[in-house]
Structures are given as C-alpha cells and as structure tokens.
Design a protein around this ligand. Sequence first.
Ligand SMILES: Cc1cc2nc3c(=O)[nH]c(=O)nc-3n(C[C@H](O)[C@H](O)[C@H](O)COP(=O)(O)OP(=O)(O)OC[C@H]3O[C@@H](n4cnc5c(N)ncnc54)[C@H](O)[C@@H]3O)c2cc1C
Length: 193
Amino acid sequence: MANILKKVTNDIVEALCSSGRVLAIRVWQPAYMYEIDVYIPSINMSSWNTVKRLKCRVELLTYRDYTPANWLPDKNICTLYIEAGHDGPGSRWVKKLKIGDEILFGAAHAMNPPSRSENILCLGDGSALGHFMALSQIVKQKNIQIDTAICLSYKFDIPIASAVHRYSFGCKGEKCCSIISATIDKSSPKPQN
Ligand SMILES: Cc1cc2nc3c(=O)[nH]c(=O)nc-3n(C[C@H](O)[C@H](O)[C@H](O)COP(=O)(O)OP(=O)(O)OC[C@H]3O[C@@H](n4cnc5c(N)ncnc54)[C@H](O)[C@@H]3O)c2cc1C
C-alpha cells in the first residue's frame, strides 16, 4: 500500500515538473565533476537576472538543486556543473545520465545578486562553481569585479571544451586543477556558443 501511495504521489509531482533534454556531457577527470548542457524549450531564459536553481528529480520522490551556470537564451540551452565526489542520490543520478535523457525539474526560488554595486568575493567548493559562474554572467554588464576561489576535492583535468575556460575561470598555464580561481570584471570575454 505504501509503495502504491509513493508511486501515485511521484506521478502527481512529476506531472507538475518541467522537462529538459541532455544535449552534451563533459566529464572532468577523475570523473567526479559533470558539466551538462540541457535544452529546456519551455523556459524563457532571456529574462534570467537572478541565480536560478533547477530542483531536479534524481530518484523516486527525491530532488536535488542544481544551478544553471551559464545559458544561451536564443537556444534555450543552459549548463549545469554537478559535483559527484560523494555517495548520494544526486551523485548517483548524474553519473548515469546520458545524452538524450530527459531531466525533470521543478521551479525553485532564485537568488538575487547583491543589490549594491560593490565588488564581490566568492569562496566555495565544487558544488558552488555553477553559482559563481551564473553570478558572473548576471553582473557582467555592471562595473563589478568578482574574485572567486573554488577548492576542488580532486586534481581535475578540465576538458578543453569546458565553459569555465570562456569565463576566465581556470588555472592559468596548468592542465590539472585543484583550485579554480578567477577575477572577472566587465573586460572579461563574453560567453560564446
Ligand atoms: C541552491 C542550491 C544550488 C545548488 N547547486 C548545485 C550545483 O550547481 N552543483 C552541485 O554539484 N551541487 C549543487 N547544490 C548541491 C546539490 O543540491 C546536492 O545537495 C549535492 O549534489 C549533494 O546531493 P547528493 O544527493 O549527491 O548527496 P546527499 O545525499 O545530499 O549527501 C550524501 C553525502 O555526501 C555529502 N556531501 C554532499 N555534498 C557534498 C559536497 N559538495 N562535498 C562533499 N561532501 C558532500 C553529505 O554530507 C552526505 O554525507 C546546490 C544546492 C543548493 C541548495
């Protein structure tokens, strides 16, 4: 009976979810960071001026928040950075994702950028990378400098195609990276497709 109830509840919640499709997956080595391009036709990204989060269904009745780190409003594509260096439903889910898979997610609160035009210092772990990239995209039109340092749990090989390179995030001159740092101001290169 409990299982039937769970299934019915799950179906109702899923019916309320929006959906996206996985277009590309770039795995940082060792395979604990997943960079995922998602096509979401139902969402107008051109009005995104806050740091969004997608409450993704990762298991039956289990949801985890992931942050669109960058987005192309004209193509309805956004990129997620998901750290999977621990054992949890979210990590297990992302490791199994394949190109073409459907992602279900619910609308979740967004975080406003700071209201004052002062420089920003961001410190975090790999799970915050998407948040800091999103923030940099939002404030890039303003004369605000963002200094960022992200401590990663592993020494990662970052794929050449990774969007972090286009955002000036990265370890200059090094192939492997355990700390990502960046100073971003209005002169930084704009994200490209
Ligand atoms: C607003 C918001 C936005 C988020 N955006 C992102 C995002 O863009 N990318 C992203 O990767 N995550 C993001 N997160 C975190 C994400 O929602 C999950 O909490 C995270 O992926 C862990 O989920 P899990 O199911 O794998 O592990 P859980 O079941 O939550 O935890 C399993 C075990 O792993 C440990 N653990 C969990 N996370 C970490 C970690 N980062 N480092 C070390 N140990 C950990 C826990 O303490 C626990 O012992 C965001 C969270 C919030 C609230």
